[in-house]
Design a protein around this ligand. Structure first.
Ligand code: ADP
Ligand code: MG
Length: 244
């Protein structure tokens, strides 16, 4: 087995009496696309929050990234080292244009000066196929899909080694999910490791090489995606959610 780029060891996050992440361990292999699924409230977003320390650290456990133990590092240092995450809600600044939004991420995320940040943003949006006339629009004039593109572009412009995406397909139409799928595979083909939290199982199954299912803060199943989703415990966890 190749050396993991990221290793999560016995990570716990408690909110008062609730263990939102309850002793989770797994590895991520360099260059893979790892899917993370699980019913609502199973601890997926909390897991990203504590790995990135953005916005808070774990209660206990260790995170190792490229041979360094990073769970005590400040969030900014973790991001600068190449671990970048997106949030479930796209936090676009309504008055900034698309290109300004991505340039801002390049400035703060990568420390680029204004001109270099603008150039990096233009390059990233080029690679993502965002048309020049759309780049000059304020973000509140863009479609949901375009705002997702910007969210992903704002992460990519920092040149991450690992891109952690939290439910990027939420709110998208079927054709938009197809476009997102193409975008994710394109990003993966450049060598970026991707950890994808997704509620839309069809997208996960189309792109993930490995799948982890969380339930009540624990790893319920892990492995080849088609095998994992046929696991009776996984089916029960999802049915339980539908009944709730
Ligand atoms: P998921 O992303 O899988 O839907 P979350 O990680 O958002 O789940 O939440 C996991 C559990 O932790 C849920 O029960 C949620 O209500 C709880 N939780 C999340 N954030 C907080 C918080 N800041 N304070 C208290 N409980 C929280
Ligand atoms: Mg979530």
């Amino acid at each position: 087995m190749p050396e993991p780029i990221l290793e999560i060891r016995s990570v716990v996050k408690r909110f008062g009496g609730l263990s939102a992440v309850d002793c989770v361990s797994f590895c991520v292999i360099d260059g893979e696309l790892l899917g993370i699924a699980g019913p609502n409230g199973s601890g997926k977003s909390t897991l990203f929050n504590v790995i990135s320390r953005n916005p808070y650290p774990a209660t206990s456990g260790e995170v190792h990234f490229r041979g360094n133990r990073i769970d005590q590092w400040p969030a900014q240092k973790i991001a600068e080292a190449g671990l970048t995450r997106t949030f479930q809600k796209d936090a676009a600044f309504p008055d900034l244009t698309a290109i300004e939004t991505v340039a801002l991420a390049a400035h703060y995320g990568k420390g680029l000066a204004r001109k270099d940040a603008a150039e990096a943003a233009a390059r990233t949006l080029d690679e993502m196929g965002v048309a020049p006339e759309r780049r000059e629009l304020p973000t509140n004039a863009l479609s949901v899909y375009e705002r997702k593109q910007l969210m992903i572009g704002s992460a990519l412009v920092t040149e991450p080694l690992i891109l952690m995406l939290d439910e990027p397909a939420s709110g998208l139409t079927r054709p938009e999910i197809e476009s997102l799928k193409t975008l994710l595979l394109q990003i993966k083909s450049t060598g970026v490791t991707i950890i994808l939290i997704e509620h839309v199982l069809s997208l996960l199954l189309a792109v993930a090489e490995r799948l982890i299912v969380l339930n009540q803060g624990r790893v319920l199943a892990e492995g080849e995606p088609q095998t994992v989703i046929r696991n009776p415990e996984v089916i029960e966890a999802y049915l339980g959610e539908r009944a709730a």
